[in-house]
Design a binder for this molecule. Structure first.
Ligand SMILES: [Zn+2]
Length: 127
C-alpha cells in the first residue's frame, strides 16, 4: 500500500458517523487489540520496493477475548477520564450524585468506573 492509498483510506473514515468527531485509531492484529497506538516514522529511503516509509508503532496489546478492560487514560486521574482498552470509548466529566433525603439537595462526588459503560467489561485495577 502506498502512503497516498493509506491517506485516502483514512480520509474515508476520518470522522464518526454519529458524533462527527475525529476517530481514534486502534489496531487489531492476530486477535489482539491495540487502542490508541503511538506512531513514529522509523525510516524513509529507497529500498527493494522503491521509495519506502517505515512506521514505528508502539502501544499495549490486549487479548481481544480477554474478559476485562483497562483504563488507558494517562492525562487525568481515573475519576476524570476513561478510555476503554476493549472498545475504545473515551469519557470525561462524570460525577456520582447523592441527594439528601430530607432537603433533596444534590451533592456531586468523584467516582471511578468499575465497568465500561459502553462494552460492559469489568475494568482492571478499578478501586
Ligand atoms: Zn468498553
Amino acid at each position: 500500500m502506498t502512503t497516498t492509498e493509506l491517506i485516502n483510506l483514512l480520509k474515508r473514515v476520518e470522522f464518526g458517523g454519529v458524533t462527527g468527531l475525529p476517530r481514534r485509531i486502534s489496531f487489531e492484529v492476530n486477535g489482539k487489540f491495540m487502542p490508541n497506538p503511538r506512531f513514529g516514522i522509523d525510516a524513509t529511503g529507497d529500498g527493494i520496493a522503491g521509495a519506502e516509509l517505515c512506521l514505528g508503532v508502539a502501544g499495549e496489546m490486549w487479548d481481544y477475548e480477554e474478559d476485562t478492560s483497562k483504563n488507558l487514560a494517562e492525562e487525568y486521574d481515573d475519576c476524570d477520564q476513561f478510555i476503554c482498552s476493549k472498545c475504545g470509548i473515551e469519557l470525561h466529566g462524570w460525577t456520582r450524585v447523592e441527594r439528601d433525603e430530607d432537603t433533596g439537595e444534590e451533592t456531586h462526588h468523584e467516582y471511578v468506573l468499575r465497568f465500561c459503560p459502553n462494552c460492559g467489561l469489568k475494568i482492571k485495577n478499578a478501586r
